[in-house]
Ligand binder design. Structure first.
Ligand code: SF4
Length: 243
């Protein structure tokens, strides 16, 4: 499946102002059988909810880094049961985790940055998850990170996980939605969410690398807070940093 003669930039322009569910429907119809929704946060459950309402079959995958909060694991199963869908979980390679922990301990990211650990626990499993796909769907939004996500298009050629012989398309149907729009949708549609959001967490990743934010702080300040504010991507969307 694919778009035929229409180019991705043309689709991005024509769908830039469309409702996220229209963008998602376009994605699921045009890449049927070769597309999956990546699930980790509140935005992704909104996308799952929209896909369920669109109807038809759709695939969802998630990455278990081994360092998630218990509440996040519970959310994964809650979403599975709520929508009656399978969620394919990808785990890191045991030997890679063992080697990293043996060499540097369990908290090396506080000393030399998150890139190495994210590479082992997130990026490699994601690469495996994306390998059989022609397109994936993410919950990226512009206002999640003004320094890295402000220019994200509703659809783009994945700059990180495409290869010379395999172009991978990345749909970001919520790119133009604000956090308020996401949470209005969650409330109006009874979408399951992580209970940590009720305790001051906004952007939720791995437990050691996520903290609550204070009123007025940007959500991204709760992630990898010991690092440079302009480089807060874990490798899944590292193409944003290089823009
Ligand atoms: S977010 Fe933290 S614990 Fe999770 S993979 Fe990245 S560095 Fe490791």
């Amino acid at each position: 499946m694919g778009l035929g003669t229409i180019t991705i930039p043309e689709v991005a322009i024509s769908f830039a102002e469309r409702h996220p569910s229209e963008i998602l429907q376009f994605a699921l119809e045009n890449y049927e059988g070769g597309i999956a929704i990546s699930f980790s946060g509140a935005e992704d459950v909104v996308l799952v909810d929209m896909a369920a309402k669109i109807g038809g079959k759709f695939s969802v995958f998630s990455l278990d880094t081994g360092r998630l909060h218990p509440e996040t694991y519970q959310l994964i199963d809650k979403v599975r049961e709520h929508y009656g869908i399978p969620i394919e979980i990808y785990f890191p390679q045991a030997s890679a985790v063992e080697n990293l922990v043996k060499a540097k301990g369990l908290y090396s990211f506080y000393k030399d940055g998150h890139k190495e650990c994210c590479g082992v626990r997130k990026v490699e499993p994601l690469r495996r998850a994306l390998k059989p796909l022609d397109a994936w769907v993410t919950g990226q939004r512009h206002d999640q990170s003004p320094s890295t996500r402000a220019k994200v298009a509703v659809v783009e050629i994945d700059p990180v996980f495409s290869s010379p012989d395999h172009e991978l398309i990345k749909f970001n149907p919520l790119a133009n939605w604000t956090s308020r729009q996401v949470w209005n949708y969650i409330r109006e549609n009874d979408v399951p969410y992580n209970p940590l959001h009720e305790q001051g967490f906004i952007s939720i990743g791995c437990e050691p690398c996520t903290r609550r934010v204070l009123p007025g702080q940007h959500e991204r300040e709760g992630r990898w807070w010991w690092e440079d504010q302009t480089k807060k991507e874990c490798g899944l969307h590292s193409g944003n940093v290089e823009r």
